[in-house]
Design a protein around this ligand. Structure first.
Ligand code: KMH
Ligand code: ZN
Length: 287
């Protein structure tokens, strides 16, 4: 499904689980840093903030209290849509990965299959998302009124997308994030032919997001916009502005994709417009 009125919904993934301050000092880790960066990104045109939380030492945490703190701080500054990660990090159990839902985000990531990490500290560990896990995650999201964004890393994961739709576990319009380039975690490589193949497997009534990891970030986002989709950028997926030059902030990456969007004749959707397009209730309607 194409986003209406030549709009594009921009998600910024600011922190992630794998990037560290040693890799880039621009990484926001603590609630104050995440909030300040989110506000800058909102001002540049991001409508959705994808959130991973860290503890005081910078390690990935699933703590609902930390997520609650981040949500409150961001909601005090702006009305951006808050999307929590339930992917977590390799140190978190399945239960810990859904704790963030108790902090009532607007959306949450729903990873659509199991992969084995192949490089880095966590090499050899599985990123577990079995069918029963996925069904349990989405059931919990439904309980808290949280809209899932389905994270698809390869074509076999569409089987799980179909499964949650067929079982009525997920409501229209569906959101699917098409991921290319995270090869160490099972994603297809960055190749436009694979992106076009992805598009052919999307179920009806689905808005798609386009996510390229590493150097492919701007390229995949641009490709996605050409096909009428939404985009995700940010330091979680790519820490460079260009080859050999670190990005100075998440907002810098958002600003660049807004420029590309405008050159393609598109305007970034505001959070209210994005809520309307994706069928997400305003935060005031939440408990
Ligand atoms: N790391 C991204 C490629 C999640 O947090 O649950 C996908 C992601 C998933 O952001
Ligand atoms: Zn994430």
């Amino acid at each position: 499904m194409k986003v209406p009125n030549n709009k594009v919904i921009i998600t910024v993934a600011q922190t992630g689980a794998l990037v560290t301050k040693a890799m880039t000092p621009a990484l926001p880790e603590q609630p104050e840093e995440i909030t300040a960066s989110a506000y800058d990104c909102y001002n540049e045109g991001a409508a959705i903030i994808h959130i991973h939380a860290r503890d005081k030492e910078g390690k990935t945490t699933g703590s609902a209290d930390v997520f609650r703190d981040i949500h409150e701080k961001i909601r005090n500054r702006c009305n951006a849509i808050i999307q929590d990660s339930t992917g977590g990090g390799s140190n978190l159990t399945i239960e810990q990965r859904t704790e963030c839902l108790e902090a009532y985000p607007d959306m949450a990531s729903l990873n659509m299959g199991t992969m084995v990490r192949t490089v880095g500290e966590a090499a050899g560990t599985p990123f577990m998302n079995t069918r029963p896990d996925i069904e349990a995650f989405v059931t919990r999201m439904n309980k808290f009124g949280v809209k899932p964004e389905m994270e698809v890393y390869n074509l076999s994961m569409f089987r799980e997308v179909r499964n949650v739709i067929e079982k009525g576990l997920i409501q229209k319009p569906y959101c699917v994030n098409l991921i290319l380039g995270m090869v160490y975690q099972g994603a297809l490589e960055t190749d436009p032919r694979l992106f076009i193949t992805y598009l052919q497997y999307l179920p009806e009534d689905t808005y798609f997001n386009s996510l390229g990891v590493g150097a492919a970030q701007t390229y995949v986002a641009t490709l996605g916009m050409i096909f009428g989709g939404n985009v995700r950028v940010g330091l979680e997926d790519n820490i460079y502005y260009r080859k050999g030059e670190l990005a100075t902030s998440n907002a810098q990456l958002v600003a660049r994709i807004v420029r590309v969007a405008r050159d393609l004749g598109k305007e970034p959707a505001t959070p209210d417009e994005a809520r309307q397009i994706l069928g997400i209730k305003p935060p005031k309607a939440r408990p």
